[in-house]
Design a protein around this ligand. Structure first.
Ligand SMILES: Nc1ncnc2c1ncn2[C@@H]1O[C@H](COP(=O)(O)OP(=O)(O)OP(=O)(O)O)[C@@H](O)[C@H]1O
Length: 344
């Protein structure tokens, strides 16, 4: 539905050139929720702003339903933009207008008749669950409610795509969860394709079907969420995945255990992996696993876990145990701490 082909963006400020995007190619399929994740400065905002050409590429193509946006006339581009709603971290609501005005005014500007405007306002305010707030001003709303209004405003144009620029980054965890549920419902029930950018892995985990990991203007990894989560290839993707699990072990314990036996992290998806495989290891090999930390969450309705395990035993028995775990579908990595001296 949206395709970015070999996109490059170079910003020229007074002092230097900044390459915000370098040869980025991505395909967002119709009906999917596609997440782009990266740390600050990775190029995510620049990329999402290219989907509707708010930002023009230095080179490369942006295709929407096969049309090359760069080749469209101004009015054709406006038509395409109408089909792409956008929501932002800072909500961008009109402070001097009520909730009704915020949804209705942009429709009025595009020439939608009054009766149709009222119908759409009623329909979409209901979808976001704020039907009792139409006469209220944004200052009287919580962050989550403001984002709901922004979502209703975007939906009222009946777009095919919703672009979300860090839509939950200003919200607390419970409100984030509620907004993510709403986005997921919009995707399922209205069939709207969603392209979102975020620096929070839990956003990707909760609602995305596909993910691209960005670093320094490049896409360094992409694929289905299950594939990228189960077999991350890059250090950055691994760090994002580990951020889902609060499983750090204290520095003293780390230093004590790493000199004796093997200290590993086990990642697994699905019921058949993880715990049961670990139980078998004790039966089959002369090693004693101790679980030091970890967590199990869910990914696309399947358990997704990470355990920090100390395998006490000889090098050869520990290696056999690791091999067995890997054969059982568990991803085994040496457990390291970013700063082993930290936390004394
Ligand atoms: N208009 C601009 N002029 C000059 N440099 C820019 C401009 N916009 C972005 N950049 C630079 O391009 C790079 C990518 O920025 P971008 O905002 O796309 O990253 P990001 O991943 O969205 O990060 P953040 O979440 O911090 O905004 C950064 O180095 C940024 O400073």
């Amino acid at each position: 539905m949206i395709e970015f082909k070999n996109l490059t963006k170079v910003f020229q400020d007074k002092k230097r050139e900044v390459k915000a995007l370098h040869d980025v190619s991505l395909q967002v399929k119709e009906g999917s929720i596609f997440g782009v994740i990266g740390y600050s400065g990775a190029g995510k905002s620049t990329l999402v702003r290219m989907a509707n050409l708010l930002e023009k590429p230095t080179s490369g193509q942006v295709l929407f339903e096969g049309k090359d946006l760069i080749k469209l006339s101004g009015s054709q581009l406006n038509d395409v933009r109408q089909q792409m709603g956008m929501i932002f971290q800072s909500f961008n609501l009109l402070k001097t207008g009520t909730v009704y005005d915020n949804i209705a005014l942009p429709l009025k500007l595009t020439g939608v008749p009054k009766a149709e405007i009222d119908k759409r306002v009623a329909q979409y305010i209901q979808i976001v669950g704020l039907q009792d707030k139409l006469k209220v001003y944004p200052a009287q709303l919580s962050g989550g409610q403001k984002q709901r209004v922004a979502i209703a405003r975007a939906l009222a144009h009946e777009p095919k795509v919703l672009l979300c620029d860090e839509a939950t980054s200003a919200l607390d965890p419970d409100t984030t969860e509620a907004i993510l549920e709403l986005l997921s419902k919009i995707n399922k029930e209205l069939g709207i394709t969603i392209l979102l950018i975020t620096h929070e892995m839990n956003v990707v985990q909760k609602i995305c079907h596909e993910v691209a990991v960005m670093e320094q203007g490049e896409v360094i990894e992409q694929g289905s969420v299950i594939d990228v989560f189960s077999k991350p290839q890059t250090e950055t993707a691994k760090r994002f995945i580990h951020s889902l699990f609060n499983d750090d072990i204290p520095g003293d314990l780390f230093r004590k255990l790493k000199t004796n036996g093997k200290l590993v992290s086990l990642s697994f998806i699905g019921e058949s992996a993880g715990d049961p495989a670990l139980a078998m290891v004790t039966k089959k090999y002369d090693v004693f696993p101790s679980i030091l930390g970890g967590n199990i969450t869910d990914l696309k309705e399947r358990p997704f876990g990470r355990l920090i395990v100390h395998l006490d035993g000889s090098e050869s028995e520990a290696q056999k145990a690791i091999h067995y775990l890997e054969e059982s579908g568990v991803i085994v990595e040496a457990y390291t701490k970013e700063d082993p001296t930290h936390g004394n």
